[in-house]
Design a protein around this ligand. Structure first.
Ligand code: GDP
Length: 195
């Protein structure tokens, strides 16, 4: 799946900008700095790909990438970091909600969680939106190289407890380190197994 062409298609700022829902779609969400760009780059083997999403002006867009013509990979804006003005935040929540609720082709959302921090309030918010929209979501732990095995186990317990409260949560958690390349093949296999 990730061996073919991967291209940035477009950044979307309003519902009427969405590309036609004509193929399977997955999306990635996470707090700013969680390692989302690094993970997408590791996943796709394209170093500069998701940097597109992190360039000023693109950070607030829903960024669409085409993968081998058969899949849309969607990079949602990072949340919970910069204190944006309330009207901007509200506009974003509306667009996000509209996107999540209306997107037939969206098979799964991947919610990235930092292995050092576990699930934080902004993650809870996005999980609630996903419950509401009935979009199955799976947690991907990032930066596992930054914690010891015992610490990771504790954080995973916390994550599992949180997930138990979310009807849209998929039970399996994928642990990854973009830096060490850990878990990347597993995540690729999860994505390839979606239908
Ligand atoms: P984004 O804001 O979620 O797109 O996060 P980035 O991918 O830009 O990563 C944020 C910071 O975390 C950068 O300094 C990355 O180098 C670092 N980072 C990302 N992934 C990893 C990882 O797996 N291990 C380590 N140690 N650092 C990482």
């Amino acid at each position: 799946l990730f061996h073919g062409e991967i291209d940035f298609l477009k950044g979307v700022v309003a519902m009427n900008g969405l590309p036609p829902a004509d193929r399977m779609e997955i999306c990635f969400a996470g707090r700013s700095n969680v390692g989302k760009s690094s993970l997408i780059n590791a996943l796709t083997g394209r170093r500069a790909l998701a940097r597109t999403s992190n360039t000023p002006g693109r950070t607030q867009e829903i960024n669409f990438f085409t993968v081998s013509d058969g899949l849309y990979l969607v990079d949602l804006p990072g949340y919970g970091f910069a204190k944006a003005p309330l009207p901007v935040v509200e506009k974003w929540q509306r667009l996000l909600r509209a996107y999540l609720t209306g997107r037939q082709s969206l098979r799964r959302a991947f919610v990235l969680v930092d292995s050092r921090h576990g699930v934080k309030d902004p993650d809870e918010e996005i999980m609630k939106e996903l419950d509401r929209a009935a979009v199955t979501f799976q947690v991907v732990m990032t930066k596992t190289d930054k914690v010891k095995a015992g610490e990771l186990d504790k954080v995973l317990d916390q994550v599992r407890q949180r997930l138990a409260k979310h009807p849209a949560a998929f039970p399996g958690i994928v642990t990854t380190s973009s830096q060490k390349g850990e878990g990347i093949d597993t995540l690729r296999a999860v994505i390839a197994g979606l239908d």
